[in-house]
Design a protein around this ligand. Structure first.
Ligand SMILES: [Zn+2]
Length: 255
């Protein structure tokens, strides 16, 4: 493919039309201009490039495939943040997105750091499981660089999860009837499920804790949460941040 910028192509086209100087020979373009044919081919290549840009590939994925991937991934984020997400065929000024008369819609999420939005073709409308608005929310000035706002989204509470501690407190109150306990559990606020925290215990420390003499040197790393032992080589090979047995988060809080 001929490499040429759009400005160059426009210039070439003008040259070809005899409106200006030739981009190559710098003289007024004429029918006999040597580079005329080259320019014409370059313009054609650019036109074709613009038409098929969706099918342009980096050798692995085309633009169309990547846009589809982005749509599906954003739909997953929206699904998990339904109460913060919205979609509309119109912008906040009441006009259809890109004056498309409903061919395109905007979908956004309000993150703790501000909102983030994308536009998608109407074919994707049903994939986004969130509130429908007559008009989209007002643009808060976010640009492409603000995509990292999505990382500030916190894990959502789960309707079916309540605090273990609060439930035990309730059940442990012997003055309550079973009926009151059941109603109390129903009334508990939902919480976000969270991983237990833990840390790795060296083999020597583990043996000391048990009052034993270490038999081998550092053969295992032990999970403080579930007490499973990981072979030291496997441990180092995988750089475990989480216990592979119980899922405990082994990262220090500042990480
Ligand atoms: Zn564990």
């Amino acid at each position: 493919m001929v490499k040429i910028t759009k400005e160059e192509a426009i210039f070439c086209e003008k040259s070809y039309m005899g409106e200006t100087d030739c981009v190559d020979c710098k003289y007024y373009a004429t029918d006999t201009c040597k580079s005329r044919e080259t320019h014409r081919m370059a313009v054609k290549a650019l036109e074709q490039y613009c038409e098929d840009v969706g099918e342009l590939s980096d050798g692995y994925h085309t633009f169309n495939q990547l846009y589809h991937q982005r749509a599906v991934l954003f739909a997953c984020i929206v699904k998990q943040n339904k109460n913060k997400a919205w979609k509309s065929f119109k912008h906040s000024d009441g006009k259809y997105c890109f004056d498309s008369n409903g061919e395109w819609f905007i979908v956004g999420i309000d993150t703790p750091q501000g909102s983030y939005t994308y536009h998608y073709a109407k074919e994707y409308w049903d994939m986004f499981d969130c509130q429908e608005l007559e008009c989209g929310k007002e643009w808060d000035g976010h640009t492409e660089e603000d995509v990292t706002r999505l990382l500030s989204l916190e894990q959502q509470y789960c309707d079916d999860c309540v605090s273990r501690e609060a439930t035990i407190d309730l059940v442990a109150d012997f003055d309550l009837s079973m009926d009151q306990v059941v109603r109390g559990i129903h009334a508990l606020p939902p919480v976000a499920p969270s991983r237990p925290k833990g840390h790795w215990i060296s083999h020597i420390e583990h043996c000391e804790n048990l009052g034993l003499r270490p038999s081998g040197l550092g053969a295992y790393m032990w999970c403080s949460n579930c007490d499973c032992g990981i072979d030291i080589n496997e441990f180092h090979r995988n750089h475990y941040n989480f216990c592979p047995n119980c899922g405990a988060d082994m990262r220090k809080s500042e990480e």
